[in-house]
Design a protein around this ligand. Structure first.
Ligand code: FAD
Ligand code: EPU
Length: 336
């Protein structure tokens, strides 16, 4: 077996919120062929699968073993203008995106600079700047915990939607071991996001690397760097509400941003705007706070516990509900 066991592992630098927690144990797997043996050792206890910890809040020490995949292989194949690549779950997402744009490929350039691993990208169908990863995922290979067998699931099987997938409905059912993507040699710039179309011009010479670089610059100007200030990106999902609810609020609050919903009958509201209007931007309680730069980002100024962060999150949720009658839901997984 290539698995490594750490009987007691400090998780503080393994979650971008920088919350202190301990794994007992953490098992790291380099070769996913070892997973059946590793699960034999777990003896029926379902582990927490940890990627880079950029969408996790440790409200307490995990009560289950923690499993981390370290497989980082890339297998490329081509068919005309289409390029297919199967990627190991343990590979860093941003490094993978930059590899694809260095090869001149199109498909995931708008998703540059999202922290995390390739294995986690299907879990919440990561999205940014007008693109969701579901647009590029061909299939997902999983280890099914109940049967101890490997399967390849199609894009449709994953049932992707905004910050959702089939995986999120039961986070202990599968371990994602590989993801296969379909990319293209043909330019397909997605510049619909206002901030991007302001700085880029699709004049026929644009490269996917230029799009990725523009996305990186926008992201660096808006979001705190977790290395400097602990955070998990957007702490709440943008709420999707019936059209009538959005219209009634927009009539009351002229400047409220309203985005396309999941269907013509719905609209997406901006959780950042709702939280900002409720007066929380820059608020700090001990070491837990709301970023002064972006109202959707909860931050750890140093020694906040997961409970401190969740306590603040509950107050924000209640206050937004009182003011707007809208329920906002956390985006990260809360453990413990
Ligand atoms: P983790 O946080 O370790 O885990 C997240 C979930 O996935 C957990 O439930 C975990 O159990 C599960 N999981 C992880 N790996 C596997 C696996 N191999 N098999 C089964 N389950 C697994 N997200 C966006 O969508 N768009 C953004 O623009 C964005 N920006 C961000 C900016 C910042 C600064 C930060 C800190 C986060 C941001 N995020 C964003 C959230 C985060 O980057 C993504 O959700 C990312 O995919 C999480 O990857 P991870 O490896 O850190 O997963
Ligand atoms: N806004 C405020 N106050 C603020 C910040 C923003 O009112 O402090 C308003 C602005 O009017 C802006 C609107 O909120 O028009 C939306 O802000 P932004 O463009 O920054 O996007 P977001 O809705 O906050 C979403 C994703 C991000 C993704 C960006 C870019 C969610 C929950 N978040 O953020 O994803 O990077 O769009 O596409 O959907 C993440 O999931 O962790 C994440 C960072």
């Amino acid at each position: 077996m290539t698995a490594q066991t750490h009987h007691e592992f400090d998780l503080r630098s393994s979650n971008t919120m920088g919350i202190a927690a301990v794994a007992r144990p953490l098992i790291e797997v380099l070769d996913v062929a070892d997973l059946p043996n590793v699960f034999d050792v777990f003896n029926g206890v379902r582990p927490l699968v940890l990627g880079s910890g950029s969408n996790i809040v440790f409200a307490a020490d995990p009560s289950m073993p923690v499993l981390r995949l370290r497989n980082e292989e890339l297998v490329w194949r081509e068919d005309g203008d289409d390029v297919y690549v199967q990627v190991g779950a343990g590979l860093n997402w941003h490094a993978f995106v930059m590899d694809t744009v260095a090869r001149g490929l199109w498909g995931i350039e708008n998703l540059a600079y999202i922290p995390g691993t390739v294995g986690a990208c299907p879990i919440q169908n990561i999205g940014a700047y007008g693109v969701e990863v579901k647009d590029a995922v061909l299939n997902v290979t999983v280890f099914e915990v109940a049967t101890g067998s490997f399967h390849t699931l199609s894009n449709a099987d994953c049932d992707f939607s905004y910050r959702e997938s089939m995986f999120k409905r039961d986070l202990t059912k599968y371990v994602i071991t590989n993801v296969e993507f379909r990319l293209s040699k043909q330019p397909k710039p997605q510049l619909s996001y206002a901030g991007l179309s302001e700085v880029l011009n699709d004049d026929g010479t644009l490269t996917s690397k230029q799009v990725a670089d523009a996305v990186i610059a926008i992201r660096q100007s808006k979001l705190p760097d977790p290395v400097v200030l602990g955070n998990a990106g957007s702490f709440f999902k943008n709420p999707i509400v019936p059209l009538q609810v959005a219209e009634a609020l927009a009539a009351q609050y002229e400047k409220m941003p309203v985005f396309k919903g999941s269907s013509d009958a719905t609209r997406k509201l901006s959780a950042a705007w709702l939280i900002d209007q409720a007066g929380w931007k820059g608020h700090r309680e001990g070491d837990a706070g709301v970023s002064p730069g972006h109202a959707l980002v909860l931050v750890n100024y140093g020694n906040a516990t997961g409970a401190d962060i969740m306590n603040l999150a509950h107050k924000i949720t209640a206050s937004v509900h009182d003011k707007f009658n809208i329920t906002i839901e956390p985006e990260p997984r809360v453990v413990g």
